[in-house]
Ligand binder design. Structure first.
Ligand SMILES: Cc1ncc(COP(=O)(O)O)c(C=O)c1O
Length: 385
């Protein structure tokens, strides 16, 4: 299916709403039935029908159809946040007594789900170095049901070999789930490489304007329908019709935004890489990166995120650099129009605080501004250390 068709037409039945180019927001919790027979029939096919919006809603369906097609999936289910989508997908695959193998250092609340939440319900989790397929293999036990991936992963942008993990999972009868938010559905297609379920924080690139939160799970119809009838309906973290509408609007410009952030990030990185106050740039698309070949093999382009290790001797020096930036905003999240930094230093409560990430690591997201404007800002902030 062509990208332009998915983004501009798929799922939209304009003849049903006056040929309006933008779809309607069907802001209704409820859908009326005309007969008992119709009510009965629809209740028996709840995964397909419009009965109640904590189930299906026509505006949300348009988004789900587009997201499924972008990922090459049979079906998709939209949630009220990325972490709600991740939690529902993970919970759908495990029972008490099961074991999960997860990449080390996934996004913070996925990490919390693995290390703090699942063990409360009798699910054991091993966190492994995702750069080495052997570490996934060695961690698998007879009761392992799920291999969890996030590639590139948060803050350090290390990759997992998606194809190799998928083969390993099939050998051991395990399901695979990947958080594909960083690559976006345009730059990496995990289902084609054998991964079973793909999740996104739509809050990031899909929305693209830092004004809406949501998530999605994409995969085979049978797996998605199972999530619908269990985690989706019982936990209830559904997306509102208006938020779905904002994501549909965000999707219209996704390819141009991704092209822009990819090119601008490369320009900003080229500047930072040669700067004497930058120790290292963590970005798998650099020729010097140990996983450069894998990046080229499983991703079609970079996104706007990378990290740097500053040549700073103290937390104070890192803080001085970050506080001096005037156009990169300091914030969580990424994927919007605005360029951002997230300094690991902000997670250090004191000089003695031990974090698994170095104090001089600063995560960057390059947004839609002119890259020269951003480079000038970096230049003046780097001159302060
Ligand atoms: C990689 C990644 N996955 C998932 C999430 C969670 O998404 P949300 O904030 O929409 O719940 C985030 C949020 O920052 C993230 O960075």
């Amino acid at each position: 299916m062509e990208l332009s068709y998915i983004i501009n037409e798929l799922g939209e039945e304009r003849e049903h709403y006056f040929n309006a180019v933008a779809p309607p927001v069907i802001q209704s919790s409820n859908f009326a039935l005309r007969t008992v027979a119709e009510f009965r029939r629809k209740m028996q096919r709840e995964t397909e029908e419009y009965l109640y919006s904590r189930g299906n809603n026509p505006t949300v369906t348009i988004l789900e159809k587009k997201m499924a097609a972008l990922e090459g999936a049979e079906h998709a289910l939209a949630f009220s946040s990325g972490i709600a989508a991740i939690a529902a997908a993970v919970l759908s695959q495990v029972n008490a007594g099961d074991h999960v193998v997860s990449v080390r250092h996934p996004y913070h609340w996925a990490d919390s789900l693995m290390r703090k939440f699942l063990p409360r319900f009798g699910v054991e989790v091993s966190m492994v170095d995702g750069t080495d397929i052997a570490s996934y293999r060695e961690a698998i036990k007879p009761n392992t049901k799920l291999l969890y991936l996030e590639s590139p992963n948060s803050f350090t942008f290390e990759l997992q070999d998606l194809g190799a993990v998928a083969v390993l999972a099939k050998e051991h009868n395990c399901t695979t789930i990947i958080d594909n938010s960083f690559a976006s559905p345009l730059h990496q297609h995990p289902l084609k490489l054998g991964i079973d379920l793909v999740v996104h924080s739509c809050t990031k690139y899909i929305g693209g304007h830092s004004d809406v939160m949501g998530g999605v799970v994409c995969g085979a119809r049978e797996m998605i329908n199972k999530i619908f009838m269990r985690e989706y309906m019982t936990l209830g973290a559904v997306l509102s019709p208006h938020d779905a509408w904002l994501f549909i609007r965000g999707l219209r410009t996704l390819p141009v935004r991704m092209e822009r952030v990819a090119a601008s990030a490369r320009q900003v990185i080229a500047y930072l890489e040669q700067h004497p106050k930058v120790e290292r740039v963590l970005f798998p698309f650099l020729a010097s990166h140990p996983q450069h070949d894998l990046a080229l093999q499983q991703m079609s382009n970079n996104s706007g995120q990378f990290s740097i290790l500053l040549k700073a001797k103290s937390l104070e020096e890192v803080e001085r650099f970050c506080d001096s930036l005037q156009h990169f905003l300091m914030a969580a999240s990424w994927g919007g129009h605005e360029s951002l930094i997230f300094p690991v230093a902000a997670t250090y409560a004191s000089e003695e605080h031990i974090s698994t990430l170095p104090f001089n690591l600063v995560r960057f997201y390059v947004g839609l501004e002119d890259p020269d404007y951003l480079i000038k800002d970096l230049e003046q902030a780097l001159s302060k250390i």
